[in-house]
Design a protein around this ligand. Structure first.
Ligand code: AMP
Ligand code: MG
Length: 344
């Protein structure tokens, strides 16, 4: 009642002043909202960078860091006491939610890719020197034993995993992508609708920027070696999707003039050696983009092209490959679905 009375007797000059003040206040709120919160940090032996629009401008770094720390305590091979390390050492057969999900997703991708993706390559990865152990080429008897461990059957339910004592899991090809998905779910649960999460180059974008434009993510042209500066080759508009790149040009080691890729072909037990330098996959979920990019690195371009033609509904149809042709010139091949994506 009082409010109504006050408003009705307000002096016109005061009204104009209040109107101007309200417009200014609204403008300043919308300007504030235009500015995304930007966070950078370290996790999983790499860097993350996250942008999000939040009217409350909340600092979510503590929550992000604790989610990533908890993730490492479960699925990291670099943390001595992680649950994964204890499972691999046959000290426990208990699973938590993260490892159960990683096993489920990995089993799906293994079957879908005809075995190109295989999360049981742990011992081979170590033997070829892409882990914390010594680098040395395994002899053929050791290789045969490790291949056996890769092919041994295993089973799991939501609580436990049953595996041969020789089998060691390695989720490095899928876990980082899954951790990005978990961060995305955290942002969703906090009511944040527009964000761009990048953990070590594995990216998910949700919603659009404040100016209504899609988030744009650059795909790197493979460099000559791991020390070369990144060179953005393609910019992808990304709305509610993920992009992940796997490549042999940064993660490799060189011994006696031979470059060994960190991707193992589960059929031979050896690092892949074909001319595929990198592949980027766009998918709805980051774990799937991550796993499919690794699977394509195992397949090589010809098998990957045949695979995509045989699975036109996906997942994995939106991909771009960089290769060296027979003359040593770098070329790219984009799938039709990928070309469509960058046209939009
Ligand atoms: P990414 O960088 O996502 O392609 O993952 C590569 C990592 O995945 C390697 O360093 C290994 O730890 C692991 N890995 C290697 N070969 C395979 C494979 N065939 N399937 C699944 N994981 C693999
Ligand atoms: Mg991967």
């Amino acid at each position: 009642m009082n409010n109504y009375k006050n408003r009705s007797v307000r002096h016109p000059g005061v009204g104009r002043f209040l109107l101007a003040a309200t417009v200014l206040a609204l403008l300043s709120v919308s300007c504030r909202q235009q500015q995304p919160v930007q966070l950078v940090g370290e996790a999983q032996g790499t860097y993350y960078s996250i942008l999000y629009y939040d009217a409350q401008q909340r600092d979510l770094q503590p929550q992000i860091d604790s989610l990533l720390d908890a993730f490492d305590l479960s699925a990291s091979l670099w943390v001595d006491s992680s649950l994964l390390r204890r499972i691999n050492a046959n000290l426990t057969d208990s699973l938590d939610n993260i490892l159960h999900t990683l096993l489920s997703h990995s089993s799906f991708v293994e079957e879908y890719t005809g075995g190109a993706f295989n999360c049981r390559v742990g011992r081979l990865v170590q033997a070829w020197g892409f882990s914390f152990k010594e680098r040395s080429e395994p002899d053929s008897a050791a290789l045969a034993a490790m291949l056996q461990a890769v092919n041994d059957t295993f089973s799991f339910d939501s609580l436990r995993v049953h595996k041969s004592p020789a089998t060691e899991f390695d989720f490095n090809a899928i876990a980082q992508g899954y951790s990005v998905d978990l961060l995305a779910r955290m942002f969703d649960s906090l009511g944040i609708e527009s964000y761009l999460i990048n953990v070590g180059g594995e990216v998910i974008a949700h919603g659009k920027k404040a100016n209504g434009k899609p988030w744009a993510v650059g795909i790197e042209r493979p460099a000559e070696n791991r020390y070369s500066a990144p060179d953005v080759e393609i910019s992808i508009p990304l709305v509610d999707r993920s992009v992940v790149t796997s490549g042999s040009y940064r993660k490799y080691y060189e011994k006696d003039g031979v470059k060994y890729s960190h991707t193992i072909d589960p059929a031979t037990g050896r690092p892949v050696t074909h001319s595929l330098l990198s592949v980027s996959v766009v998918e709805d979920e980051c774990w799937l983009a991550d796993a499919m990019a690794t699977a394509y690195m195992v397949m090589g371009l010809d098998w990957a092209k045949a695979f995509i033609a045989a699975h036109p509904e996906g997942p994995g149809t939106d991909a771009v490959f960089f290769i060296y042709d027979s003359c040593g010139t770098m070329k790219s091949y984009a799938t039709p679905a990928f070309k469509q994506l960058i046209k939009n």
